[in-house]
Design a protein around this ligand. Structure first.
Ligand code: UGA
Length: 436
C-alpha cells in the first residue's frame, strides 16, 4: 500500500512510522519546513521512546520519507490519512476543524487518482460528512471515499500502543474504503493480535470521544474516592485494587492523582460536550467530570500549602516532575501549571525539575527556578512534591532528600512512596487518598 500522512504531530508521525514498519510505503507531510528538515536529519519533534530508531530504520529501508509538498505525497496514494491538530477553539471548547478541512481540500486538489481519505485526527461526529462534501466539491471527477480511523495511542507508549492495540476502529460508508483499510491494517489482523472493528463513520467518530470521556470519568471517579478515603481514614490504592479486580471494572486507569491533563482528555471532553449540546443531549456525567477535574488541579496547590502548615508565604516548594505524565515533554494542561499558579499566588517560591519537560515548561511557567535533578531541586525546600511519576523519582534516596530539604516533608501526588518508607528516611509524608 502507498500511504500519505498529512501532519507529523504525535499521531501522524507515530502512525506514519509504524505503517512503514508494517511494510507500507509512507510519505509524511508537514507544512513546517523546519520540522521536515529536522526529520530528514532524524531529529524528532517530540520526545517519544523508540521513535527515532523506528524512523531511522524505515527511512533507511526506503519505506518512509518526509516532505512539505502535499502534491508529491499524495501522488499514487491508495490511502491518505489526515492527522492534523484539532485544538479547542478559544472560548467555546468546540474542536477547531479548520486544519482538517484545509488538509482535505488540499489533498483533493492534488490527488491524481481515486483514493480513500481517512481522518485520524480526533473529530466530532459528523465531520466525515463535511469532509466528504469538501472533497466532492474540490475534485468532482474523482471517487474519494472518506473514512474515519480514530487513534487510541498514548503518549510515552505510542509505538507499543500503535503496534499492539486493544482494537482498531474503522468507520466506513462503502466497501471500497473497507477493503483499503483492511489492507492497511492487515499486519495487525493477520496474527489476530488486534480486532479490527468496522462501523459506520459516525459511530467511529463517537467511539473515539466516548472512549476518552469514559477514561477521564474513571480517573475522576477514583480521584473523588481518594478524597473520601483521606477524610474517612482509608487507602485509595487498596480500594482501587479491591474494585479493579472485578473484571467488569478493570484495574487500569484507577490511579488517583492530581487530575488528568495532556493534549487529549481535557480537549476531547469539552468537544464531546459541545457535540452533545448541538444534538440537544446534555451529557451531565461528562460535564461533572470536566468541572471536578479542573477544580482538582488547583486544589492540589492548596493541599501542598495545608501540608506545610497552612502558610505558603516565604516558603520554598520543590516540584519533581512537570509534564502531564512521564515519558513525554508535553506540558499541555498539566496539573503542574495550576499547582505552580496556586503556590505562587499564595507567596511561595517554586523550584522544579523534569527529565524532559523543562523546555516546554519554561515557556509556560513564569517565576519558577528550574533545577537539574531531584536532589538539587529539593535543596532548602519546605516541601518536596512529586507531581509526575517519572522513573527517575521512583527510587529516590529519601534520606538524602530529607537532609537537603529545610523541612523534611514529602507530598506525593502520585502515591509512588508510602508513609513507612518516608518515615524511615525521616520525612513527613502526605499522599493521595491515604490517611495521614
Ligand atoms: C489518552 C488516551 O489514553 C489514549 O487512548 C488516546 O489515544 C489519547 O488520550 C488521545 O486521545 O490522543 P494520553 O493523553 O497520551 O492518552 O495519556 P494517558 O496515559 O491516557 O493519561 C492522561 C492523563 O490521565 C494523564 O494526566 C495521567 O496522569 C492521568 N491518569 C491516567 C491518571 O491520573 N490516573 C490514571 O489511572 C491514568
Amino acid at each position: 500500500m502507498r500511504i500519505a500522512m498529512i501532519g507529523t504531530g504525535y499521531v501522524g508521525l507515530v502512525s506514519g512510522a509504524c505503517f512503514s514498519d508494517f511494510g507500507h510505503e509512507v510519505v509524511c507531510v508537514d507544512k513546517d519546513a523546519g520540522k521536515i528538515e529536522r526529520l530528514h536529519q532524524n531529529i524528532m519533534p517530540i520526545y517519544e521512546p523508540g521513535l527515532d530508531q523506528l524512523v531511522a530504520s524505515n527511512v533507511k529501508a526506503g519505506r518512509l520519507s518526509f516532505t512539505t509538498d502535499v502534491a508529491e505525497a499524495v501522488k499514487g496514494a491508495d490511502a491518505v490519512f489526515i492527522a492534523v491538530g484539532t485544538p479547542s477553539r478559544r472560548g467555546d471548547g468546540h474542536a477547531d476543524l479548520s486544519y482538517v478541512f484545509a488538509a482535505a481540500e488540499e489533498v483533493a486538489r492534488h490527488l491524481d487518482r481515486d483514493a480513500v481519505l481517512v481522518t485520524k485526527s480526533t473529530v466530532p461526529v459528523g465531520t466525515g460528512d463535511k469532509v466528504e462534501r469538501i472533497v466532492r466539491d474540490t475534485a468532482p471527477n474523482l471517487t474519494i471515499r472518506v473514512a474515519s480511523n480514530p487513534e487510541f495511542l498514548r503518549e510515552g507508549a505510542a509505538i507499543e500502543d500503535f503496534k499492539r492495540p486493544d482494537r482498531v476502529v474503522c468507520g466506513v460508508e462503502d466497501e471500497g474504503a473497507r477493503e483499503v483499510l483492511a489492507q492497511v491494517y492487515r499486519p495487525l489482523s493477520l496474527n489476530q493480535s488486534a480486532p479490527v472493528v468496522f462501523t459506520s463513520r459516525r459511530t467511529a467518530e463517537i467511539i473515539k470521544y466516548a472512549a476518552n470521556a469514559f477514561l477521564a470519568t474513571k480517573i475522576t471517579f477514583i480521584n473523588e474516592i481518594a478524597d473520601l478515603c483521606e477524610a474517612a481514614g482509608a487507602d485509595v490504592q487498596e480500594v482501587a485494587r479491591g474494585i479493579g479486580l472485578d473484571n467488569r471494572i478493570g484495574r487500569k486507569f484507577l490511579h488517583a492523582g492530581p487530575g488528568y491533563g495532556g493534549s487529549c482528555f481535557p480537549k476531547d471532553t469539552l468537544a464531546l460536550l459541545q457535540s452533545a449540546e448541538q444534538c440537544d443531549v446534555p451529557l451531565r456525567i461528562v460535564e461533572a467530570v470536566v468541572s471536578v477535574n479542573d477544580g482538582r488541579k488547583r486544589a492540589m496547590g492548596r493541599k501542598i500549602i495545608k501540608a506545610m502548615g497552612g502558610e505558603a508565604a516565604g516558603k520554598t516548594v520543590a516540584l519533581l516532575g512537570l509534564t502531564f505524565k512521564p515519558n513525554t515533554d508535553d506540558m499541555r494542561d498539566s496539573p503542574a501549571i495550576a499547582i505552580v499558579q496556586a503556590l505562587q499566588d499564595e507567596g511561595a517560591t517554586v523550584r522544579a525539575c523534569d527529565p524532559e519537560g523543562v523546555e516546554q515548561a519554561s515557556k509556560m511557567l513564569t517565576g519558577v527556578e528550574f533545577c537539574e535533578g531531584a536532589y538539587e531541586t529539593a535543596k532548602d525546600a519546605d516541601a518536596v512534591v512529586i507531581v509526575t511519576e517519572w522513573d527517575a523519582y521512583r527510587a529516590l534516596d529519601l534520606k538524602r532528600i530529607a537532609s537537603l530539604a529545610r523541612n523534611p516533608l514529602l507530598v506525593d501526588l502520585r502515591n509512588v512512596y508510602s508513609h513507612e518508607e518516608a518515615a524511615k528516611a525521616g520525612l513527613a509524608y502526605v499522599g493521595i487518598g491515604k490517611a495521614s
